[in-house]
Design a protein around this ligand. Structure first.
Ligand SMILES: [Zn+2]
Length: 263
């Protein structure tokens, strides 16, 4: 599932292909915007905001897309077909490049001045130029009885974390995922760890949270349920928490992230 780092890198790639160039083709394959045509307009800039992508186009329009579970943007030379079975939701092309949005979870076209409607609810963006850790901590603290695991995934608190960075951040912070936010002593530290992990991975396709890129050693707990913890050797646990069919997976080490803190 794409998280903030992947979306950030996607925005960068889209920007390199589209920004500053005039669209020679636009093809919205979603009912709400099936007749929209951006041909002849220049793309001004492409930005990520949490897990959202905003492509701003001449004439005060913004193409808003979200990768959700399995979406991706592919960059190719114009006129290239897509493999059969690919569900293309949006195609944007100029004379040099074609950007194909496959299995996008959301495709929307709105006035740039109305972007707040779709991203205004988001907390500080972990990879944004305006990242504000104090504000993220303030928002996390607002509902102290929420579990830290659910609070980190709530994009209204801070934007960019999915199940992978949630698991890795909680491991590095030594926190049991179900601990209430109000009982977490150092939220500042938690937020710093999450931001450091996303930053370290924002330019690279293969995610590494351990500093060791070898397969099976590139994450502390995510993808390692049932295997030995890289730190203590105990078996990594797997469970579910919170709501939403896709966002429930949680993996953690019972030894490194104890339910009860002693000493
Ligand atoms: Zn452990």
């Amino acid at each position: 599932m794409p998280e903030g780092d992947v979306v950030h890198l996607t925005a960068k790639r889209l920007g390199l292909a589209l920004d500053g160039r005039v669209l020679t083709r636009s093809d919205f394959r979603v009912p709400a915007h099936a007749t929209a045509d951006l041909t002849g307009r220049a793309v001004l800039e492409t930005r990520s905001r949490g897990k959202h992508l905003l492509t701003r186009v001449e004439g005060g329009l913004t193409v808003h897309t979200h990768l959700r579970m399995e979406g991706s943007w592919r960059i190719s030379r114009p006129g290239r077909g897509t493999p059969p079975g690919d569900v293309v939701r949006l195609l944007l092309a100029n004379e040099e490049w074609q950007a194909t949005g496959v299995r996008l979870g959301m495709v929307d076209l709105l006035p740039t001045g109305h972007e707040a409607r779709v991203v205004g609810h988001l907390g500080p963006d972990l990879l944004g130029a305006d990242w504000d850790p104090g504000e993220a901590v303030r928002r996390l603290s607002a509902v102290p009885e929420t579990t830290i695991g659910e609070a980190l995934l709530d994009q209204r608190n801070l934007a960019g974390i999915g199940t992978i960075y949630r698991a890795e951040t909680l491991f590095l912070a030594g926190l049991w995922p179900w601990r209430p936010v109000g009982a977490v002593e150092d939220l500042d530290k938690v937020v710093r760890i999450a931001q450091r992990l996303l930053h370290a991975n924002k330019e690279r396709p293969n995610r590494v949270t351990t500093g060791d890129a070898r397969p099976g050693r590139d994450t502390w707990v995510y993808g390692r349920a049932g295997r030995a913890c890289l730190r203590c050797g105990n078996r990594i646990s797997r469970g579910e928490m919170g709501r939403g069919p896709q966002e429930r997976l949680i993996v953690w080490c019972r030894h490194c992230q104890p339910e009860r803190v002693t000493g």
